[in-house]
Design a protein around this ligand. Sequence first.
Ligand SMILES: [Zn+2]
Length: 310
Amino acid sequence: MDRKTLILDELPGDPVEIPYARIEGRGDGPHLTVVAGVHGAEYTGMAAIMRWIGLLDPERLNGTVTAVPILNQPAFWSRTAFVVPADGRNLNRCFPGDPEGSYTEALAHGIFANLIAPSDYLLDLHAGDIPESLAPFSLYEESPVEERARALAHCYGNPHVVRQSRASRTVGGSTSTAAADAGIPAIIAEIGANGLCDEESVAGHLRGLGNVCAHLGMLPARDAGPVPPVTEYSGWVWLRTPVRGWWQPAVSPGDRVRAGDVLGAVLDPFGGELHRVVAPDDGCPLFLTSSPAVLADGLLLGLATGARRS
Ligand SMILES: [Zn+2]
């Protein structure tokens, strides 16, 4: 295993150093890049990659693994949820980045050009950040390489899979959209919640890494763990609040809901209802804001729709 550091010293602000590992396998195979810590307090994927680096045996590996445990170094060290402190931008809305852009856009460019663009496949490991709970899910993009991305999403081991169509991309500028646009099959895998680093979620990500490597022929098939039945969704709707208030969800991540069901309410400080949140369609809330404090236009939850069991 080679210990490496990507140094980005032409950002419009403090330079960033990103430690990563490169493991060259004995046999031929693809170049898989696995990253975590695009968001600074989503620790389960970071812990899984740190542990996995020590478990990978180059003698058994076909191909090359580039493993980046903590991508968004400024957000990690400042314990900042979702955004990069220097400019308040979400790194996962800024890919493939812009070398002449804002601090986060330039950071995204350096990461994409050096760590993502040279890959054959990309896994981006997330969790619920500090104010966010979720049910484990994987996300892939509509693209010319989507069948290969979909296969990664289905083998990872998460029970929910969302396909994001190009026309209705709720999330643009993410690692997986930028990779898909560059012809690199990619998924975002989410396990864990609320900025915690619980063992069960770390183990879930570790199982996903093994499953993907076995699927790609990079590790022996016996390294794959069990995969539960998957519900795939054809898209999702992100619900926001029009007003600032106290968010009181009436559902939990992973619940099945019907169109018209009440999903929660935004209250005033006296308990009065300012805004009622109703499901616009049948679906499953995969993530929701668990902090009661929501600002006007604040994100409340992501409702996956168009369920199909496979
Ligand atoms: Zn995230």
